[in-house]
Design a protein around this ligand. Structure first.
Ligand SMILES: [Zn+2]
Length: 264
């Protein structure tokens, strides 16, 4: 089974607006889907992907419940596995985390750049501990966000500082642990208790660097991620082969690790 751990789609009512706003910030030369859930499934069929984790972000506190209503509406979808999101400035992030868990959601995405916090700020600790206690997987956007200026809010050293708050609960750092900061990933994160997804690394990351991270971190803690609609799963799979992942490593990265993590 091939599982893409990093994709996005949007509710039909806002999809055109969302795509128009996000496309110029994505760094992609063109989107690979129309942004809808059905468009995502079509792209998965083309790439031979069985299941995809759909990541959404509450970019402001007011938006939190609407974003999560959409995620909850996808629970039980035969192909899509929705994650939710909370905003650290929303007064009700704690009950919202429980609403997500009780509704069958397996994880959340946090985007420190879009949500205005540094990953290692002490004020985030209660949120991390609550997500961990509820058994939710926490996915962070990690490294540079191509659409936003400095500073980077989730740099590898800062993420390493935040990890103990999770007490061993599952954490995923997107973009091979830190987009465009891969030397720092090797220094601060490789070998630690967290997963990396591979999203948007093809064409940006030298394959030997991916190989180095693969060796230092272990294939059992790497998850295929594309970032559809902004990049394609088949490019990321080709890139992993270029980086020298063998068949045993590939079967873990392309789906084995994610199936265990998601309990499917
Ligand atoms: Zn993404």
């Amino acid at each position: 089974m091939i599982i893409d751990f990093h994709t996005h789609c949007f509710p039909d009512a806002v999809v055109d607006r969302a795509m128009a706003r996000l496309a110029p910030l994505s760094g992609a030369s063109r989107p690979y889907t129309d942004g809808s859930g059905s468009g995502l499934v079509r792209a998965m069929d083309t790439a031979g992907v069985d299941r995809s984790v759909v990541l959404s972000i509450a970019t402001n506190p007011r938006q939190q419940s609407a974003v999560n209503d959409f995620s909850l509406s996808l629970v039980g979808h035969p192909r899509l596995i929705p994650f939710g999101s909370v905003h650290p400035d929303a007064p009700d992030w704690a009950p919202e985390l429980r609403r997500l868990r009780d509704g069958g959601i397996k994880g959340i995405k946090l985007h420190p750049d879009y949500q205005g916090f540094f990953v290692n700020e002490p004020r985030l600790r209660p949120l991390y501990e609550t997500a961990a206690a509820l058994g939710l997987i926490t996915v962070f956007h990690a490294g540079v966000d191509i659409g936003l200026p400095d500073p980077v809010h989730c740099a590898p050293a800062a993420l390493a500082e935040a990890l103990p708050a999770f007490g061993g609960a599952h954490v995923v750092a997107a973009h091979f642990g830190g987009y465009l900061l891969w030397r720092e990933v090797l220094q601060h994160l490789c070998g630690k208790e967290l997963y990396f997804d591979t999203a948007t690394s093809a064409r940006k990351m030298p394959p030997p660097w991916a190989k180095e991270i693969l060796e230092a971190h272990g294939a059992q803690r790497i998850l295929l991620g594309s970032d559809l609609p902004w990049a394609e799963p088949s490019d990321e799979i080709f890139f992993l082969r270029q980086a020298g992942a063998d068949d045993t490593e590939l079967s873990k990265i392309l789906g084995g690790n994610a199936a265990k993590l998601l309990n499917i």
